[in-house]
Design a binder for this molecule. Structure first.
Ligand SMILES: NC(=O)c1ccc[n+]([C@@H]2O[C@H](COP(=O)([O-])OP(=O)(O)OC[C@H]3O[C@@H](n4cnc5c(N)ncnc54)[C@H](OP(=O)(O)O)[C@@H]3O)[C@@H](O)[C@H]2O)c1
Length: 260
């Protein structure tokens, strides 16, 4: 199959491209680097012409309404213009509808844009990738203390497994209209104190003393009160945070994207 991957130069999209190629498909990365700008639609018709499916993994942390949301709408418009039956598979975030954080709102708007697009579409919501959990666990560290929000817990997921599930959906049977796939998450939920201890052990440091900050406002309370955790209807899989951490450099870099 020929499958266009928006954000194919990104962390998740790059893994989707590699997984598609490994399974013998033709993967076409589509992002500004390859002449496709989802915030304007430039290059989109040419990229989508003749495709069997699209994985929408492009995102912008600063302009998600332009890339994630308008991008989803433009993909639908382009496929309709081309008369293409291609199936669009898009990635979203578990709990994005329960926390009024602007980026999460955009993920929900992106889902709605696909629901309204009039093309076969599947949205897969995943929990935070292990690299983001590591960032949460290291960003609040100052010397021997580590700050966290209330009793925040997180159930992070292996990004390679997410990429593989997106590929399963893209090469599988397309729905008649719009559908939400079963949410996915990693096998284990962790409190921030467990995460901080695992990260300290990885770096060969003493575990930091956890300082719980009060969660102020709906966004912070959403994170602190477990709204990013999956519900009972979840598919779990992929490597654990511990196994992922063992593949990471020592010390663990204090930045968002992982090098692997
Ligand atoms: N990180 C997490 O924990 C997590 C959890 C669940 C779901 N997700 C979702 O996973 C998806 C991928 O995240 P990621 O971390 O892999 O992102 P990323 O590494 O930041 O990649 C973003 C991609 O979007 C492309 N892009 C940005 N602006 C664009 C534009 N105007 N037009 C076309 N392409 C554009 C970038 O390529 P160019 O620069 O070449 O344009 C890049 O390939 C996102 O939808 C995110 O919400 C993430």
């Amino acid at each position: 199959m020929r499958i266009v991957v928006t954000g194919g130069s990104g962390d998740l999209g790059g893994r989707v491209v590699r997984e598609l190629v490994a399974r013998g498909h033709e993967a076409v990365p589509a992002s500004r680097r390859s002449g496709v700008d989802l915030s304007t639609g430039a290059g989109l018709d040419a990229a989508l012409d003749g495709t069997d499916a699209v994985v929408h993994a492009a995102t912008s942390q600063t302009k998600p309404q332009d890339v994630d949301v308008a991008g989803a709408r433009r993909i639908g418009e382009s496929l309709r213009r081309l008369g293409s039956p291609a199936h669009v598979v898009s990635i979203s975030i578990v709990g994005s509808d329960r926390i009024p954080y602007p980026y999460y709102r955009a993920k929900v708007d992106s889902e709605k844009a696909l629901e309204d697009a009039g093309v076969p579409a599947t949205v897969l919501r995943a929990t935070q990738f292990h690299s983001l959990a590591a960032f949460f666990g290291t960003a609040g560290r100052i010397g021997p203390i580590s700050m966290t929000l209330g009793d925040m817990r997180i159930q992070p997921v292996d990004i390679d497994w997410v990429a593989s599930r997106l590929v399963d959906l893209a090469v599988g049977q397309a729905p008649d209209g719009y559908r939400r796939a079963t949410d996915i998450a990693g096998p284990t939920a962790y409190g921030m104190s467990e995460l901080s201890t695992l990260l300290a052990e990885h770096d060969g440091r003493r575990p930091p003393r956890l300082v719980r900050l009060p969660a102020v406002g709906k966004v912070m309370r959403g994170f602190a009160e477990g709204h990013i955790l999956p519900g009972p209807e979840v598919e779990t899989g992929g490597m654990t945070f511990e196994d992922w951490l063992a593949t990471q450099p020592v010390p663990m870099p204090r930045r968002f994207h992982s090098p692997t």
